[in-house]
Design a protein around this ligand. Sequence first.
Ligand code: NAD
Length: 287
Amino acid sequence: NFKRPATTASATYSTGGGGGCTCTSKKLEGKVALITGGASGLGKATAGEFLRHGARVVIADLDAETGVKAAKELGSAVEFVRCDVTVEGDIAEAVEMTVERYGKLDVMYNNAGIVGPMTPASISELDMMEFERVMRINVFGVVSGIKHAAKFMIPARSGCILCTSSVAGVTGGLAPHSYTISKFKIPRIVKSVASELCEHGVRINCISPSAVATPLTLRYLQKVFPKVTEEKLRETVNGMGELKGAECEEADVAKAALCLVSDDCKYVTGHNLVVDGGMTAFKIAGF
Ligand code: NAD
């Protein structure tokens, strides 16, 4: 009889009757988080979730117009900084600006990403320039974010880094090759870096969502199915999970991200958390 708790500004919620637990804690009270790609979709939803749990949030994004609007919408504890994750200097500046402004960086969320071109589908026709562009944002941008966050977190001997992968990087075959290859790399990068950061008390994990009805997914699908609406997309993605009675909204991914960066997961590092409603845990017919 679990009821999805209503989201409240104080992050106070209850599981309702039946003697369930009541959560009144703010999981990121006093923490400072920087989120790349925070102007839209999953990054924006996560900024909202971190905020409700007491964090001050800086959203770093290429799209200044959407970023400024998002920061305004989210409230006074959120700031926007323009940042292109393919430019190392931009990431360095975003991190430095956050530390100068708030005195520290507790959470670095390397989330910005693109899908890239939908076609051609065949590896034999892969456009290597496009491949490089996708890798530059989805992989270089993530590594660069890790590097510059680590510069502050290692001497501070604390901090938590999160990166966004995808179920596309778990199964293969769900998205164009460039995107899939880029997302496959993220859990390996995380594992590699975790082995060094452990000794400094810094955690690093990644999250692999299945399809969520964000602007990224809509843009990507509309290239092939121009008539797809956001409503239809939500219906479709919610039919992709195997978990009965569960529907995936941006907030569900944001809550999983919160869990990974909060002290609820203080013994978890080098992990890839798949958030897919059982999509990759399907049952083969007859078994
Ligand atoms: P989105 O398009 O809604 O948001 C992505 C944001 O990243 C945008 O605000 C965009 O301006 C920003 N961005 C793009 N290039 C950038 C750059 N070079 N520098 C800085 N910012 C840049 O997309 P989303 O669906 O919220 O995706 C967020 C992350 O989640 C991506 O890494 C994506 O691959 C991943 N993901 C999404 C889904 C999904 O179904 N939506 C599923 C799995 C993984």
